[in-house]
Design a protein around this ligand. Sequence first.
Ligand SMILES: Nc1ncnc2c1ncn2[C@@H]1O[C@H](COP(=O)(O)OP(=O)(O)OP(=O)(O)O)[C@@H](O)[C@H]1O
Length: 298
Amino acid sequence: MIYIDVTEAANKWNISERSVRNYCNAGRIPGAVIQNGSWAIPSNAEKPARKQRAGKLPTDLLSRLKIEKDAGITGGIYHKIQIELTYNSNHIEGSRLTHDETRYIYETNTIGVEKDTINVDDIVETVNHFRCIDLAIEQANYALSESFIKQLHLVLKSGTSDSRKPWFAVGDYKRLANEVGGLETVSPENVPNSMKELIKTYNKDKIKSINDIIEFHYQFEKIHPFQDGNGRIGRLIMFKECLRNGITPFIIEDDIKEYYYRGLKEWNNEKGYLTDTILSCQDRFKKYMDYYGLKYND
Ligand SMILES: Nc1ncnc2c1ncn2[C@@H]1O[C@H](COP(=O)(O)OP(=O)(O)OP(=O)(O)O)[C@@H](O)[C@H]1O
């Protein structure tokens, strides 16, 4: 990939450097990454379209999400997904922030102190997760790539205490071996090849089914490419890929976490456990879509 810097992008698109940086920060330039402290932008990236004003809202989910996000509309499906997906995905991984606390952080960028101790990382990762969802929406229409997956990790883990550990790679694959559910995962030296292979296989067919997305998720979790954050990154990828393929997304809610874990554990023996769990999450999501007058095809 050939990259250009912020000044070059600003000249090319005839906008200020500040606007280019704002677009990068908002995740509106697919593939833009931070290198040596400044933004590196793919040379073939297109200038982001100007924000649309809210008018008659479209009934397909991705268009609606983009409009609500860009227009800063509150109380819609975008707002709902930010809170539900962030709360549940973080909670599955042990965050102790409550649903209300997650909502306050999203809506007011403040947090009331309801308990004695709040883990700062829980707050940082919650705010970061909101931005990851934005990235998934902005880049929904691009083919899945390693650079996008690493960018999600960079955004999710930036500013956390993990990011200050010398052995922890933020926005890059793991340096130390890890396991999941007591099972071995791919060793750090083999992760780059395994990820390349996984993405190549996944991208072979242009049109994806929900089963392809679930299979990818299992394979991704088996590789466990990052030191930490694999569960949340994996679920964000599924969210993006559902949007890209016109498939109803789903939020794995905390109350069915055990079924989700069992589904992953048993995937090689019985795919029905995980598939059925995800289909029931999709049914829940369709209720949100009905409420907001959105159409779905599955
Ligand atoms: N038996 C299993 N097989 C494959 N993947 C699994 C299995 N059990 C759990 N997972 C996946 O691993 C994720 C958790 O991994 P882990 O406990 O290592 O946390 P992590 O890598 O720190 O991710 P994050 O902090 O988001 O979770 C789960 O959310 C799930 O997606």
